[in-house]
Design a protein around this ligand. Sequence first.
Ligand code: AMP
Ligand code: MG
Length: 404
Amino acid sequence: MITVREAIDIVLNHTNRKAPEKVAIADAVGRVLAEDVISDMDMPPFHRSMMDGYAVRSEDVASAPAALRVVGFIPAGSFPGFSLSAGETAKIMTGAPLPEGADAVREVEKTGPGRDDTEVRILEAVRAGQNVVPAASEVSRGDVVLTSGTYLSPAAISILAATGHTHIKIYSAPRVAVLATGDELVEPSVVPMQGQIRNSNSSSLQAHCRALGLECDLLGIAKDDKMALKQRIQRGLSYDVLLITGGVSMGDLDFVDDVFRELGLRILFQKVAIKPGKPTVFALHENRPVFGLPGNPVSGATVFEVIVRPALRKMMGYPTWQNQIVRARLTSMFRNKSNRENYHPSVTWYEEGRFFCRPLDTRGSGDVASYAHCNSYLICPQDQKEVGKGTEIDVLLRDDYYMT
Ligand code: AMP
Ligand code: MG
């Protein structure tokens, strides 16, 4: 049986980012830039006032108070067609260009009325450059402002808009499909009859994909019947990534790996030393990844987080694929009842300079009710049977940790 680390490496070695596509910047947030972006202008394009106040020649106001003659008014959006001579000033608004000759701004709060309308008194001395952003001090025309491979945060979208890039190249998102298997399953809208349960995995995996910014189609429920399964899986093989849940363990009706072989898929592993989630299958169909995830809801979701999500991130072109792991102090003792690396649903929080982690009390890998409250997984090493209260341990934070 391979380790979790080995499984992640095998999966990452067989996934590649998708080709670039051009999109409007409104659709680019959360995605990854697939080209270098160059500024078409200096930023700021002129010496810009940071304040509402008076543009001055600093030599005139090296000591204060100083009376200056007001020779103009410069609102943002205008361009001063005059220059300041000795003893002159112009009223200026935030974001407006300084007139020729001026090299500083005194904010209006630090000025007072002069002897008449044409005069203002500057009440505090001004240094050269004060309250002014010099032209091209942030960006020069022709500068690369974002490099290919950058994650497009809202802040990155801002510089795209500022430099006139309304459409940019990003890495295309993989199209994902989810197929559930199991004779016992009915869709969530149906009231289960005897022996039946609702298919929660499809919704859960689709939600995981959507949270990553990916489209995800649901292909319904396949019966535990080789022919039915084969037909449904075949339909799913046109997607960039196919996720199948259930049918991968040792049961008499677990046919997924048989069907993979019959369809000519190349199976790269079918057991991982992870708890929960041992019966996880990874296969390739014409270099496209196909995952057989365990049917137990917590197992399937955990394997998604630990193994599938890094692969989807890589396909999306993300500069980092790894899950976020922090060290946290356990608030109660944890027992690893397996000889596998144990990812246990937990609640983690930050308090006074360190993370704390509380393992959730669960009834096993089918317990979606307790799982719904987790924001993280404590990671108990394979060879460790027990972790004491107060011990520092690795904790995998879910992507949306900061929202919980
Ligand atoms: P399997 O991996 O098919 O042996 O299923 C393991 C367990 O997970 C069984 O208790 C199934 O009923 C349950 N299960 C399988 N598929 C789903 C699903 N799509 N939604 C919720 N539970 C499921
Ligand atoms: Mg099943």
